[in-house]
Design a protein around this ligand. Structure first.
Ligand code: 7PJ
Length: 261
């Protein structure tokens, strides 16, 4: 999954793709580099980010989603808002990627009324404050229990289990130790039977480990993507598609597995 942020304030490529034509080029390049899915986000969920109004988010995301879907590129839309979900689905999105796991009123119904895939992510708190003092008893159990409860809520709302993807939400109200515990325990989450998505690309934890700034985290991001796939992640959400696809091809060849195996 390649990331396109159409926000002026995203932490790693802030503003660079805020121009619609640039965003479109970037998305098409990621698809030709081997991304199976392009994730379009119009609201930054980086730590400390402020919410944006509906009209602004729709204007940032929907025209791009529509154009890519018309090109035959599978699109995921990263949003918490039911209104954006409905518009994304009408525009031809294949997946709704929700950092709030469809907990906002109306979100479950918006997705249930279609055939889109849904990515349910765990977040502790909300983006504005989530990194202030994240704390858990047992982070692995709490994240898994939350995600499985949200999967059940989806199923009860009429979303088929085959449409559900789970994501532990690296960096969303988690310290480095929490993120590492969740990454090590990824096989347990994958054992629940839903595909698991891992988003570690360029994140702060990789900076903590390596001492690198956000623009210098490609090697760290590649190592993290491989570590996640080796532990059962079915989808990795990344900024650097070409490099990640190469790294995964080598890993898969060594493992003697097909790309989708
Ligand atoms: C994630 C996301 C993630 C899913 C962001 C960033 C922050 N969606 N949206 N999983 N992260 N599903 O890209 O660093 O980890 S925004």
């Amino acid at each position: 999954m390649g990331i396109v942020n159409v926000t002026p304030d995203s932490f790693s490529d802030g503003g660079r793709f805020f121009d619609a034509a640039l965003a479109l080029d970037h998305a098409r390049r990621m698809a030709s580099d081997g991304a199976d899915l392009i994730d379009i986000g119009g609201e930054s969920t980086r730590p400390g980010a402020a919410p944006i109004v509906l009209e602004e988010e729709l204007a940032r995301v929907i025209p791009l989603a529509e154009t890519l879907a018309r090109d035959g590129i599978a699109v995921s839309v990263d949003t918490r808002k039911p209104e954006v979900m409905r518009a994304a689905i009408a525009a031809g999105a294949a997946m709704i990627n929700d950092v709030c796991a469809l907990t906002v009123e109306g979100a479950l119904d918006a997705c249930a009324a279609s055939e889109v895939g849904v990515c349910l992510m765990h977040m502790c708190g909300e983006p504005r404050t989530m990194q202030q003092a994240p704390s858990y008893g047992d982070v692995v159990a709490e994240v898994r229990d939350f995600l499985l409860a949200r999967a059940q809520a989806c199923i009860a709302a009429g979303i088929a289990p085959s449409r559900i993807v789970l994501d532990p939400g690296f960096g969303f109200g988690k310290t480095l130790a929490h993120n590492l515990a969740l990454l090590r325990a990824l096989p347990d989450l994958a054992a629940a039977g839903y595909p698991v998505l891992a988003g570690l690309s360029r994140k702060a934890s990789l900076g903590q480990i390596t001492g690198r700034g956000v623009g210098e985290r490609l090697p760290a991001s590649l190592a993290a993507a491989l570590a996640a796939v080796a532990r059962g992640a079915a989808i990795v959400r990344v900024h650097d598609v070409r490099a990640t696809v190469d790294a995964l091809k080598v890993w898969l060849a060594v493992e003697a597995r097909s790309p989708m195996g």
